[in-house]
Design a protein around this ligand. Structure first.
Ligand code: FEO
Length: 461
């Protein structure tokens, strides 16, 4: 393509080709990127890449001795897993260890594959890549494996038996592979990497890699967070306030179903003396390790704080008025953290975040075509899918000619095996004095139960 441009210049006699304005390498990279996008669209398995001709420029951030961050930020994707909004973006983290042998830990989403390659090549500076260690095969981390393999065909891919099966299944890659077992150690020279299998945090093949030399834990999705890394990747160099909510939202939506697996992994990691956590999303944790591990421990035990989420659906405001009244009752009962969500307005990922955060939940819904209001039904399914445990529940509903919402809410809570308020409220048409008082009482009762969590013990995991 570059030759083609030169030829155009020579023959046209009018070309404005000027190396200082349009560099051949820039053009080549444009077509490289175009080719990549086209290949993705065509699901082409035989990618061919042109190497850059100028020197590599990236100065990757150092995490510890010989360990560099080579991940990327994604501020373009609207929805993670095509479902979960990303108002603050997301990072796909990957790390490179530069020892006698070089090792890359995880890759990134294919959409960022070109910049990822440049970062790796900048760091390797002419050296080869000896190993690719795969902690997790979900494509936001494994998506660039085939590109890396194109550049480093001799590279050994390291994973467990389940990783290897997925590697073949997703990408047709089945050569130069090293299968490791739980506890096995790979020596890179000075750095000794020990592998800890942690299935279902978040997929069956998930594992963590621990650098015994530098005490760095490469944790996969565990301890991850939504939100890009702006300017630095280290928690000690940033204001981390904005990550706590996004970390909880990430946990609730991505890992939330697997609380028991997270607890098992945390127990397994107890003897591991790590000083740095390198997750696949969000900050590298160094200064706030205790807080981060405590948060994961609390979330995976389904231990909510003292507070109540009131979620409602409402077409014309009558059910909303019931929600407001329940909230008033909660406040009168001494609850300070009361979060009201209109299920039609707030994305479910944020509501789930708050349900994980607080131990009380009250849901209200109108009856719709003899069913639950569909937006409320959708949220209940998301709660059921995650198997959220140990919540204190209250419910109310409304109808115009035949009630169905309250009945459905009562069957929902039976499925969830949650502790439930004895009072439930069902109103026909507009809210009237008797049920106004009942809504207040529902709030009082839930407040009392939330303030005395001992009643939840039988439901602990
Ligand atoms: Fe970020 Fe389970 O992948």
């Amino acid at each position: 393509m570059v030759l083609g441009l030169k030829k155009w210049k020579r023959h046209s006699g009018k070309g404005k080709f000027n190396d200082s304005v349009i560099k051949p390498t820039t053009i080549a990279n444009f077509f490289l990127s175009l080719h990549l996008k086209q290949s993705q669209q065509n699901k082409c398995f035989n990618l061919v890449f042109t190497k850059r001709k100028f020197s590599y420029m990236f100065q990757n951030q150092k995490i510890a001795k010989d360990i560099y961050y080579v991940g990327v930020n994604d501020r373009q994707k609207h929805k993670f897993e095509n479902m979960i909004p990303l108002p603050f973006g997301v990072s796909y983290n990957a790390y490179l260890i530069m020892d006698k042998k070089t090792a890359l830990i995880d890759t990134v989403d294919i959409s960022m594959g070109d910049i990822f390659i440049d970062k790796i090549q900048s760091q390797l500076d002419g050296r080869t890549l000896d190993y690719l260690i795969i902690n997790h095969m979900e494509p936001d981390h494994s998506g660039s494996i085939r590109i890396i393999r194109q550049y480093y065909p001799e590279m050994i891919i390291v994973g467990n038996a389940k990783t290897i099966s997925m590697l073949d299944g997703f990408y047709g890659v089945d050569e130069n592979i090293k299968e490791i077992k739980d506890g096995e150690i790979l020596s890179l020279g000075t750095h000794k990497i020990q592998f800890h299998l942690t299935p279902m945090v978040h997929w069956p093949e998930t594992m963590m890699s621990y650098d015994q030399t530098e005490k760095v834990l490469f944790s996969g999705d565990a301890f991850g967070s939504f939100g890009t890394l702006d300017g630095t990747v280290l928690d000690s160099e940033m204001n981390i306030d904005r990550y706590w909510n996004e970390m909880t939202r990430y946990y609730a939506n991505i890992v939330g179903k697997y609380g028991a697996a997270v607890q098992k992994a945390l127990r397994k990691l107890t003897p591991v003396d790590f000083e740095i956590i390198c997750s696949t999303h969000g900050p590298v944790w160094k200064e706030y390790i205790t807080q981060v591990v405590d948060l994961y421990d609390q979330l995976s035990r389904y231990e909510g704080d003292e507070g109540v989420v009131v979620v409602y659906g409402s077409m014309y405001g009558f059910t909303e008025l019931m929600a407001e009244t329940v909230a008033q009752g909660l406040s009168e009962g001494g609850i300070k953290d009361i979060i009201i969500h209109n299920v039609s307005k707030t994305d479910a990922s944020f509501i789930l975040r708050d349900i994980f955060k607080y131990r009380g939940l009250v849901v209200g819904s109108p009856t719709y075509s003899n069913e639950l209001y569909p937006e409320v039904e959708s949220l209940l399914r998301k709660i059921e899918i995650r198997g959220i445990k140990n919540r204190i529940f209250g419910y109310f509903g409304s109808f115009t000619w035949a009630g169905a919402a309250v009945k459905r809410l009562s069957t929902f809570v039976e499925t969830m095996k949650w502790v439930t308020a004895e009072i439930s409220v069902e109103e026909k048409q507009g809210l009237k004095a008797e049920n106004y008082r009942a809504c207040l009482e529902l709030g009082h009762e839930v407040a009392k139960m939330v303030k005395h969590p001992v009643e939840r013990k039988e439901h602990c995991v």
